[in-house]
Ligand binder design. Structure first.
Ligand code: FA5
Length: 347
């Protein structure tokens, strides 16, 4: 094909092109390695020698012109593309979804802050614990029946001569003697918040749960301090109107011992809803946890002289305490650990 015909053909094809994809195809057709321009160049061998120079000059000129036509068209099409792209700068942005702490973690932070205000220092002791700290140091000797209540999970591991078997800590009280040994001499004002494990699962029990344990040891500590501290906590965590009651109880590691109850948030202490027994509490009150004056044997195990010092301790369930808030109304503790995002999002 002669250069001028090729140029006219390319010119019309390029000008009619409406999109970049087609333009790129034309580029290959004309300017590609085996394209029409190169084929034209190769024809120079058939041209009589006195016309070769003229042909070569024209062919090169046409090549450059087609290249220019291609570039101009490409720019034109890209410009159009940009104008079609529409962006509304006044449109509100899409908010990224925010996660938040699990409600039990929120409760732990809150409990920790409430006790920090009255000088309790946060402690944390092993979840995988020696039988000794979980029981013996707490006045529950080997084979003592009081151990039964703790539905203990044992680890299949060699038994230590002094410390016994390895257990999954059944209560935060296992940190009491550890804290006494760590501090050395009173005063002690500890709040130990940690995971506990027991072999039980129902509407008010989970296999893994959390407790917070308060321990105060000093000179002249009496039951008044215990009562005052519990009242302070209940008023801070719930509201001035939630009621508590103390019930005489028995724990091997406190003497005297009490259970602390609070009126149920689901039925508001009535024990029934629409004539049916409240599913959560059954009788209007729910146990928050135990408390009492530290047993002299426990002080001795911690290296503290019970004739000089006395103390009180309490251990409550974080989940149970949280569920008793009137704004929460969770009637089954197991919801907390089902990881259903529709449930968790509400808190
Ligand atoms: C104890 O664990 C004692 N260590 C408490 C204590 C500490 C008494 C210091 C005296 C001095 P108890 O077994 O009652 O006591 O458990 C205390 C609280 O932990 C219960 O009231 C409940 O709120 C919570 N709890 C116990 N087991 C479970 C469970 N399986 N699931 C959820 N919460 C539980």
């Amino acid at each position: 094909m002669d250069p001028l015909t090729l140029k006219l053909q390319a010119q019309s094809a390029i000008s009619e092109t409406e999109n970049v994809k087609k333009l790129e195809e034309l580029k290959i057709t004309y300017l590609g390695k085996n394209g029409l321009v190169n084929q034209m160049m190769k024809e120079i061998i058939n041209i009589p020698s006195d016309q070769k120079q003229n042909f070569g000059k024209k062919a090169n000129q046409v090549k450059q012109e087609i290249q220019l036509l291609y570039e101009q068209k490409l720019q034109e099409l890209s410009q159009e593309g940009k104008q079609q792209e529409w962006f509304d700068i006044t449109m509100p942005g899409k908010k990224p979804t925010h996660g938040h702490l699990h409600l039990v973690s929120q409760a732990i932070e809150e409990i920790s802050d409430i006790f920090a205000k009255i000088g309790f220092i946060r402690a944390r002791y092993p979840e995988v614990e020696w039988e000794y700290y979980n029981f013996e140091a707490l006045n529950m000797s080997k084979n003592h029946p009081a151990r039964d209540e703790f539905e203990t999970l044992f680890i299949d591991a060699p038994v230590n001569e002094k410390y016994g078997k390895i257990v999954l800590s059944t209560h935060t009280s296992s940190g009491q003697v550890r804290e006494m040994l760590r501090v050395g001499q009173p005063p002690i004002r500890m709040i130990n918040i940690a995971k506990c494990y027991r072999r039980q699962q129902d509407i008010t029990h989970t296999i893994m749960f959390h407790q917070f344990e308060g321990l105060v040891v000093d000179k002249n500590i009496s039951i008044k301090h215990l009562k005052g501290t519990m009242d302070y906590f209940v008023k801070q965590f719930y509201d001035e109107n939630r009621k508590t009651r103390l019930r005489p109880f028995h724990f091997q590691f406190t003497e005297p011992s009490f259970e602390v109850d609070i009126n149920c948030a689901v039925c508001l202490g009535k024990g029934e809803i629409n004539g049916k027994k409240c599913r959560t509490c059954k009788q209007g009150w729910l146990e928050l946890g135990g408390s009492g004056m530290v047993h002299p044997n426990v002080l001795k195990a911690g290296g503290i002289d019970p004739n000089k010092y006395s103390g009180f301790a309490f251990g409550w369930g974080v989940e149970r305490v949280y569920m008793m808030r009137s704004d929460v109304k969770i009637d089954d503790i197991r919801y907390l650990y089902e990881n259903d995002i529709r449930f968790l999002r509400q808190f």
